[in-house]
Write a protein that binds this ligand. Structure first.
Ligand SMILES: Nc1ncnc2c1ncn2[C@@H]1O[C@H](COP(=O)(O)OP(=O)(O)OP(=O)(O)O)[C@@H](O)[C@H]1O
Length: 251
């Protein structure tokens, strides 16, 4: 079996009296896209926040590459290689795609470039930024300001920014949101190509995309994982059909 990269164990989080993640246990392995689905309000976003480090769980542990990272801050997790694809708000609209990616490279490098002369420092940064853009098929648009990119291209840029962190695992929160059918198709191809190099935890509402992309799917309902399995397992699971997909949709 492939190496477990990210393991969530017994994660629990309440807001007031509302138990939003209830004893969530799941793992994400090297080379897999593990999708997290569930009806609105099931707790998906709250779970992703706990994994990325923006929200502390009330109970439970998170292990990443064998290390317990439950108490680590988001930047500390990112430095260890757990990258979240940032929502559009983190893209600077007036900066080019290249500059946006270069900022992410710089954030990862910290001061490690300081021994270089300014010119070689910039060349090294740009080379890495271009490589991240190329990985998402956006290198031809490197000089374009983010504001002039199409919606789908901006979603590609967000993924490039995450890749510029040189992650081992990617947390993708609705990467297809707001995209049209053609853009969605391009992003699905792109995400599919990432699976070989990264462990991916994917939250996505587009069920066609989820069933096309995911190696395994976990279904969250009212904060609990009610099923984990292959897309075929999930399609056939009666509890899932009842809780989420509905008899018609899953047929
Ligand atoms: N900061 C908060 N304070 C109080 N309640 C919250 C908070 N964040 C989320 N909730 C509640 O927790 C529940 C789960 O929300 P969450 O956004 O995690 O679900 P979700 O599965 O991501 O939903 P969606 O598919 O609609 O994005 C909802 O009932 C929501 O109202």
């Amino acid at each position: 079996m492939a190496e477990t990269i990210l393991a969530l164990h017994g994660l629990r989080k309440s807001f007031g009296g509302l138990l939003v993640t209830d004893d969530v246990t799941l793992d994400v392995r090297q080379g897999e896209i593990h999708a997290l689905i569930g009806p609105n309000g099931a707790g998906k976003t709250t779970l992703i926040h706990q994994v990325s480090g923006t929200l502390a769980p009330d109970a439970g542990r998170i292990r990443f590459l064998g290390e317990d990272i439950t108490a680590l801050s988001m930047p500390a997790r990112a430095r260890r290689g757990l990258a979240r694809s940032f929502q559009i708000t983190s893209v600077i609209p007036s900066f080019s795609a290249l500059e946006n990616a270069a900022l992410a490279v710089q954030a990862r490098q910290g001061s490690s470039f300081r021994f270089f002369r300014a010119a070689s420092r910039e060349a090294a940064l740009n080379a890495e930024a271009i490589a991240a853009l190329a990985e998402v098929g956006l290198d031809a648009r490197a000089a374009t300001p983010a504001a002039a990119l199409s919606h789908g291209e901006r979603r590609q840029l967000e993924i490039a920014i995450a890749l510029a962190m040189r992650p081992r695992a990617l947390l993708l929160d609705e990467p297809l949101a707001g995209t049209g059918p053609e853009e969605a198709e391009r992003l699905i191809r792109l995400l599919s190509g990432l699976r070989a190099r990264y462990a991916v935890l994917l939250v996505e509402h587009d069920m066609q995309a989820v069933f096309a992309l995911a190696d395994r799917i976990s279904v969250l309902a009212q904060g609990r994982v009610i099923a984990t399995g292959t897309p075929d397992d999930i399609r056939a699971d009666p509890a899932v059909r009842e809780a989420y997909l509905g008899e018609d949709e899953a047929a």
